[in-house]
Ligand binder design. Sequence first.
Ligand SMILES: [Fe+2]
Length: 229
Amino acid sequence: MLTVSELRSGHPAAPEYLVNIFVIQRDYGYANNARLAKWMHVSRSAVSQAISRLKALSLIVQDEYGGVRLSPEGRRLATSVLRRHYLIEHLLVRVLDYPWDKADEEASRVQETISDDFTAYLYTYLGEPVTCPHGNPFPDTPEEKNLVEAMRICELEENVTARVLRITEEGENVQGMLTACYRHHISPGAEFVILKAEDGALRLRPVDGDVAFSLPAKYAKHIRAKSIS
Ligand SMILES: [Fe+2]
C-alpha cells in the first residue's frame, strides 16, 4: 500500500489535493475542478494537471460532468493526512500553547512529514480526540455526520442562544477568519445570543458577557452552530 510519504515524494502536491477533495465532498457532497481551484487558490490548469496524475494513480475517479470522487485508496490517504493535520493542530494548541488561529497554517506544513508511528503515538497521547481544535470531526467518528450537517450560525433565528460547533475547513482558509474568531472567542463550545441577523451578517453577544460585536457574512457563513434555547 502506498504511504503518504511515498505519494508526496513522487507528487508533492498530491496529498493536499486528496485532502481538499475529501473535505469539499464532506461539506458539499460534490467536488470538481472549479471548486478545487477556488479552495486551493491555484489555476484551473494546475488543477487539471494534478487531477490527471491522481487519476493515473487510481486515487480519484472523475465522472462525465467533471465531478471528482476519491477511490477507496485515495480516501484512505486523504483521511490519513487529515488526521495528521488535526493531531498536529492539537499538539500546537494544547501542548505548545501555540495560537489557535495560527495552528491550521502551521499544521499544513508539518502534516505530511510525520510517520505513521508518531501519528499513532500523538493520537493516544492527546486522548483520542474526535475533532480538531476548530471543531471539525475526525473522519469516520460517530459525531462526524452531525457536525458536518450542523447549521450555519447565520441560518439561526434572532434572539436564540447558539453554541458554536465548528469553524469549517473552508472558513479556516478565508483570510482573517480565524483571527477574527480568536479575537471574539468564537471557538467550539462558545455560546452567543444572536441579537440581530441581516443578510448573513450577525450581531452577537457572548452569553457570559455584555459586549456585543458584529460578524460579517463572509465569516458567519463558515461557522456551524446549534440553537440551545
Ligand atoms: Fe482545524
